[in-house]
Ligand binder design. Sequence first.
Ligand code: G1P
Length: 357
Amino acid sequence: MKGVLLSGGTGSRLRPITHTGPKQLVPVANKPVIEYAIEDLEAAGITEIGVVLGHKGREEIQELLGDGSKYGVDITYIVQGNPVGLAHAVGCAREFVDDSDFVVYLGDNMLRHGVSDLLESFKTGDYGAGIALQEVSNPEAFGVADVDEQGTVTRLVEKPDDPPSNLALIGMYVFSPTVFDVIDRLEPSWRGELEITDAIQLLLDDGHAIDSHVVTGWWKDTGKPEDILEANRLVLGDKDLKMIGVIEEGAETDGRIELAESAVIEDGAVVRGPVSIAENTTIKSGTYVGPYTSIGANSTLEGIHIENSVVIGGSEITANGRIVDSLLGRNANVESADELLPEGRRLVVGENSQLKL
Ligand code: G1P
């Protein structure tokens, strides 16, 4: 079984963070989202992975993943070029896939339990595709499946106004190579894209059975800033966090903290986990880093009170104030202004931004 990891798309819902980089490289608990997908595929025994690249951030993704050897996998890069839909991206992998069944993993999705269960379920029958589902409160934002009482998938529809169920399609699929024939016949949807959901509906129309598997454990489509914060909370809540860096005497720490080798929590700083602090980052005296926060590499925090936030890295945050529920892009700096502003500002700050609070 091969794996196809889709890492195209424009990341429009994550702007301004994605003005200068692809959404799949946004870090969650100080690790780029796409690395979680590679690790899930590897854990399911899938070591031949085709990574489909769009226009955005091609070089950065290749630079990070390389030939895959550091993850124990073998990566082949496939260029999609124009982002004209997930089914088009899958279609670009035809040569790579050849005649094997394959898993498709959307590079901006994160799953607590990975892809192994979906694969096992698919292997138990003769299916054209296998889909993973989870109940959501806003099915109109996703692909939705209608499943009858016997568990048979009867219909699929992309972002319906009137959802037939609350079962959303999670961003991982298993396909037999038959899917390439239906992709050739797809017409663009209302959003001008060739939809993977429509391809699976065509498989159904052609008489193929579709396996469905309801996923237990959390799932996150990291398309929006609040999703990144939630994924960060979920991962920090679960992850085994290692404290390797320096905690000076007089620093107050509590709960689970991941502290990279060259990171320092100085005398007079307070850190309450779960928190992740990456390499070469210093938490100075008078700073409070509260639960569910990840601070990226090469950052300095001094005097700020920050919690439930993600700082991507390279930031100087020296304001006296509170930052909550915020996502700060690479090299974003925050410093104090003279006048006092209300506490607890919520920020989504793009790369290289300068803020005066
Ligand atoms: C895509 C799929 C949708 C699926 C979702 C999962 O949506 O089209 O069917 O439910 O991923 O994350 P998009 O992120 O393109 O809006």
